[in-house]
Design a protein around this ligand. Structure first.
Ligand code: AMP
Length: 143
């Protein structure tokens, strides 16, 4: 998908936003929805998506960037607290050439511990439902 490709309203995150697909929601406000990545690169891997239909960082209106990033920071605080993380890896891909696979803008937040390496992007298996639900509850309780 090229950076300037039009927004596809049938992408999986658009369906999650509309409630047509389930997600393990950890947070929602006026500008964003945050939920667990079901193929986590580490336990607690969380995605924060804007409610605005933006394909990537280049297509989110400039005035929406600040409120969205404020929400990303709020979720990052909760993820850090929930996992007592020693570090946080936060990343965001744009366009297929940039590593993006779902074409609704999203920021990844991953809690990190010293000496524990990250699984590769797109190389992690599906996490089991019980551990995802435990992590969901822990993050929700940390706001
Ligand atoms: P990206 O490659 O940056 O576009 O990341 C897309 C992310 O979405 C990957 O980390 C996937 O594991 C994750 N993902 C794909 N489908 C779902 C889903 N239904 N629920 C939660 N996460 C998903």
């Amino acid at each position: 998908m090229h950076l300037s490709a039009p927004y596809d309203p049938n992408n999986i995150f658009a369906k999650i936003l509309r409630g047509e697909m389930p997600c393990l929601k950890v947070y929602e406000d006026a500008v964003c929805l945050a939920f667990l990545d079901i193929f986590p690169q580490a336990p607690g891997h969380t995605l924060v998506i804007p409610k605005h239909a933006a394909t990537n960082i280049l297509t989110l209106p400039t005035e929406a960037i600040g409120p969205y990033m404020a929400s990303v920071q709020k979720v990052a605080h909760a993820v850090q607290k929930a996992f007592q993380a020693e570090g946080l890896t936060i990343f965001q891909f744009n366009g297929a050439a940039g590593g993006q696979t779902v074409f609704h803008l999203h920021v990844h937040i991953i809690p990190r511990m010293d000496g524990v390496s990250l699984k590769g992007h797109g190389q992690a298996g599906k996490a089991d439902e019980d551990s995802l639900k435990t992590h969901q509850a822990a993050i929700m309780a940390a706001f």
